[in-house]
Design a protein around this ligand. Structure first.
Ligand code: FAD
Ligand code: FES
Length: 385
């Protein structure tokens, strides 16, 4: 049941249109039921939906796939997640597909997320997606159509039957905006630019030598593969922004698990490994960097963090982005899911000290509790982990 507008950060939205984009993907156009304007959304951000279940509700997040400048509605584009091998169907996606119709209302929380287009960058852009991971890219593509940046929209999926928003993407193509589609299992009559998977050779054939901002989203194996290939091609990590549609993780860790250290051993220079492996992409700025460490995060203040249960200590020295990351770097494995202040899975007891949120939790935890995925310590802190 939809809540009163703005209750607990949620507003009621009415489904104004439901449109099948492919055999398995459907778009929902959501309009606020109140008279207030839409919340601002940056191209690439997602909204959170409250999905009713037997004993309450669960929160599900969906990227806004529409042009962020469109007034009056957000569009989300959702893949139906069907259970296989006896597993239950996906709760949120099947609720949307099977039970939600035009005229129904849904509780929606404001757009959030740090995976959004950097409007201030002058660099050309690669929007690289697999499967339903194209949704934030389509929003970015709309945002980029009025810029003067070159854009390469590269999308991989199985075939035309499951390819969503193809016509909309093609409609944006021009001298500056190129779209290429790669089908893994094309069917008779399907039109695509290549078959199989996106690989190094394909990227080299499509992307001229340049210094790109890359945005990456898709199934985990796709992202792991692309992250490796991009670095193989000399794209610095700092130029690759990515978003997981499932449990958030670090691509660095996933890539190192999938393919342990494949560094260009022949390179004699002290350049960063990405630069040593440079084959056709260039990044003039990266020559100046001695290694690949990201710029230190500015903490609210320095201090020691103690993890009481495990007995571990860690210094807040700018090497981690959040308390969760600090704990993981210290070898701990705290619970987490969204890593962005939505699900409360990372909630833990703050034994002493204070934290500051760099992303405001959707639901602020009760006194004495903190969400460690979106907070940093203010001085010395003790957590019950
Ligand atoms: C930032 C962000 C943006 C996103 N944007 C989009 C988007 O634009 N479009 C989109 O389609 N999705 C998007 N997602 C994914 C979306 O949030 C949901 O995760 C997705 O719809 C699946 O949720 P669900 O409730 O349908 O499935 P869940 O109920 O969470 O189940 C997930 C999968 O697990 C299977 N499963 C369930 N129970 C079991 C079990 N016991 N054993 C084995 N398997 C099981 C289900 O069959 C299903 O395939 C996004 C996610 C994030 C984090
Ligand atoms: S992991 Fe979801 S709120 Fe922290």
């Amino acid at each position: 049941m939809a809540q009163h507008p703005s209750e607990n950060g949620f507003r009621a939205f009415r489904v104004a249109k439901k449109h099948a984009e492919s055999d398995i993907i459907t778009s929902f156009y959501l309009e606020p039921t109140d008279a207030d304007p839409l919340w601002d959304v940056k191209a690439g951000q997602y909204i959170t939906l409250r999905v009713p279940v037997a004993d309450g509700h669960v929160l599900k997040t969906y990227a806004v796939s529409s042009d962020p400048s469109e007034a009056g509605h957000y569009r989300i584009t959702v893949k139906r997640e069907v259970g296989t091998g006896g597993a239950p169907d996906g709760v949120g996606s099947c609720w949307l597909h099977d039970q939600i119709a035009v005229g129904d209302t849904i509780d929606v929380a404001a757009p959030r997320g740090v995976f959004y287009l950097d409007d201030n960058s002058p660099r050309p852009v690669v929007l690289l997606s697999g499967g339903v991971g194209l949704t934030p890219m389509v929003s970015m593509l709309h945002r980029l159509k009025d810029s003067d940046r070159d854009v390469y929209f590269l999308h991989a999926c199985d075939n035309a039957r499951v390819h969503a928003l193809r016509d909309e993407v093609m409609a944006q193509a021009n001298d500056r905006i190129q779209a290429r589609f790669v089908y893994r299992m094309p069917e008779d009559g399907d039109q695509c630019d290549a078959t199989g998977v996106i690989d190094k050779a394909f990227l080299q054939s499509v992307l001229p030598i340049d210094d790109y901002d890359v945005y990456l989203c898709g199934p985990v194996p796709f992202m792991v593969a692309m992250y490796g290939v991009l670095q193989d091609l000399g794209v610095p990590k700092a130029r690759i922004a990515y978003e997981f549609f499932g449990k958030a993780a670090s691509l660095d860790q996933l890539v190192s698990k999938a393919a342990p250290a494949k560094v260009a051993s022949a390179a004699a220079s002290k350049a960063a490994p990405t630069i040593q492996a440079l084959t056709f992409l260039t990044d003039p700025d990266a020559w100046a960097s001695a290694d690949e460490k990201p710029a230190p995060v500015q903490a609210a203040s320095q201090g020691q963090v103690r993890f009481r249960k495990s007995g571990a200590f860690a210094e807040w020295d700018g090497s981690a982005n959040s308390l969760l990351e600090l704990a993981e770097n210290a070898g701990l494995e705290p619970e987490f899911s969204c890593r962005s202040g939505i699900c409360n899975a990372c909630k833990c007891t703050l034994v002493s000290g204070e934290v500051a949120y760099f992303e405001e939790p959707l639901i602020m935890p009760e006194n004495g509790k903190v969400l460690i995925c979106c907070s940093r310590p203010k001085g010395a802190v003790v957590l019950d982990i």
